[in-house]
Design a protein around this ligand. Structure first.
Ligand SMILES: [Cu+2]
Length: 135
């Protein structure tokens, strides 16, 4: 009886009444549009899976450490462990921070354009490092 009804609904009202179908047939997967929208929303909302959305550059002994690879738009925190003030600015001005005192930090947003960005410190010409943006 039940099966018969669902079948009838599926055959006759599929195009006309998707709401009715979704309401009574939970064993049917007719909600293609709905589940698509749902997974889209959840994947963009919980973006912590593969891509990095936050990263840290730690400056120590007048060095930036190994080149850091991030996704476009990543929020990058710059931490300074040296007694001397430093920052990690892009040589071409794509991002910059004020000089950071020891134990303090600043943040910048990684560029949207993929590429290798040379890091410079406005206080120390000899410092160099790289931020790699990979989209
Ligand atoms: Cu410096």
């Amino acid at each position: 009886m039940r099966t018969h009804r669902i079948r009838l609904a599926a055959a006759g009202l599929l195009a006309l009444a998707p709401l009715l179908l979704a309401g009574c047939g939970s064993d049917d997967p007719p909600a293609d549009t709905g589940s698509d929208t749902g997974s889209d929303t959840s994947s963009s909302a919980s973006d912590g899976g593969g891509e990095t959305t936050e990263a840290t550059i730690t400056i120590s002994d007048f060095a930036y450490g190994d080149p850091l690879t991030v996704a476009p738009g990543t929020e990058v925190t710059v931490v300074n462990e040296d007694p001397a003030a430093h920052n990690a600015n892009d040589a071409d001005g794509a991002f910059e921070e004020p000089l950071i005192s020891q134990g303090e930090s600043a943040t910048f947003t990684a560029p949207e354009e993929p590429g290798t960005y040379d890091l410079i410190c406005t206080a120390h010409e000899q410092m160099s490092g790289q931020l790699i943006v990979e989209g």
